[in-house]
Design a binder for this molecule. Sequence first.
Ligand code: HEM
Length: 525
Amino acid sequence: MIMIYVPLILLIAYFVWDRYFRVKLRINFYEKQGIQFPAGFVPIFGSYPKIMKFMEQHTTNKYPIIDFINYAQGENPPIYTGMVFGKQMCIMINRHEPLQDLFISKNKFFDKNPFSANLLKQTLGDSHVFLKTNELWAKKRKVISASLYKQKLVQMVETMKDIASETMVEWEKQGELDVVTEIANMMMRNILACVFGRYNDNPSVQYKENGEIKQLKLGQSIQQNIGKGLEREFQLHLMLFPELYNQYISKQDRELVFNVDQGKNYILDLIKSKREQFAKTGKYEGDDLLSSLLQDELFQNDDQMIINECLTFFSAAAQTTAVSITNFLCYMAQNQQQEEKLRNELNTVLKNFGKENEKLVKELNMEIIEDFNYLKYCFYEAIRIEPPIALSSSCQVNEDMEMSGVTIKKDEVLIVNIHQIHHNSDQWIEHDKYIPERFDPNSKYFLTPAGTPRHQTSYIPFLGGKRICLGKTFAEYSFKTIVPIMMSGRKFRLTNEEYLTSKPHYDAIMFKKPVIRMRLEKIQK
Ligand code: HEM
């Protein structure tokens, strides 16, 4: 009997220590320094009813943690908010002040924490996004950056122009669109072309849901898999036993494994056919990412590594750019004056704006798009007001250090609340309004409400420091190329009158995407 009871009691004692006292000690450490822990996402911390009440009232579709902080701590929450998920404690950074240290003065201690990597292990494997800053990470980042060098970027932008132009012909036939879905599909085609080459335009793969197998576009399937991977954070058994993160036991998890395998198999087949082609011709065709990786020493013999980075690149690029374009179109439809100002700029810079599509597509190149100032401000503002990645992945510092008056322990999970930082009313005049002029140095909106320059870390759509987004230039170029093609000779109008004053929130990490319908109106020449 004793053989059973003693280990059992020890196990229970360990669990109580690990899940309660150890976390409680850490919470006390931060509470003494003034950080509040408004509630945990798990009952043992006594605030379950508060979370449940919040969940019932939660209507905005934003990632629940973002809204929860405002619900619990008001519109201007403190610099840090403590949160607990099961046994995992993390500190949300809600204001720009600590980022001065994290991204600039103490950037060498800034790193990624494995918490997010564990959540998305099945979907993205050992992707470099979540890797600790080490030699392997640096090598991978260098290779992926090389696939975005200027000449390759030019080629990718050329591909995007063609796809955007083809898409407009299809949309005109439809007349009215669900823009969230349609723009996401267009960007998936674009990014898949950049990752795998043009000849593989978003094929279908098998996708299992609620026990049934259907066909889904590859791009959509990859996106859904990321979403399902993130949702695991809220599965109760994983909150209580995060040791099980790598076990895919629930029905939902097993379907996820099946779906991820379909995408991976598809990429494996592509790798095979690219290698066969190389064996025949002695060269890899195209400027796509896969061809670059297949020619690189670090990657060429490791198919799994290639697959992980292709999936990462796709996931990082497709939905983020789609969100920025969709939200921008909605804000333009809401504000005729801004739209008029933009059309005037496009008309001035481009001879063929509103004229023949083919000529416009030819005219748009990397040099001419540098002349779009207002369009650039519109892009910056779209990703300020609704940052496509509203929360960072899990970060940390590699040494105990003081940041904004609080000692942060090394290895503590830190999450940057990008959305909240972009809505800090000390930094942004009328923070809830879409005002592209905020980025125009000649405008009064360029300053804070107090009339001082904004803090350099108050705008961080691409995060910052050594882990800044690799695709930020690519994202800006693609926006400035695709939008003029979309707006040439046509207007996008919201069909739902209510959205004219308040559009539904849309970002790349939310679980349930909104439906936003728009009507295409031809502009008479
Ligand atoms: C408006 C568009 C975009 C936004 C707002 C955006 C934002 C971000 C953010 C916030 C991160 C940090 C994520 C984290 O917390 O770990 C990130 C990382 C990354 N992004 Fe983007 N991104 C955009 C477009 C793109 C595009 C088009 C690409 C590829 C062409 C791309 C490639 C990457 C990669 C590879 C990383 C990982 C960097 C690293 O950790 O070394 N992104 N992006």
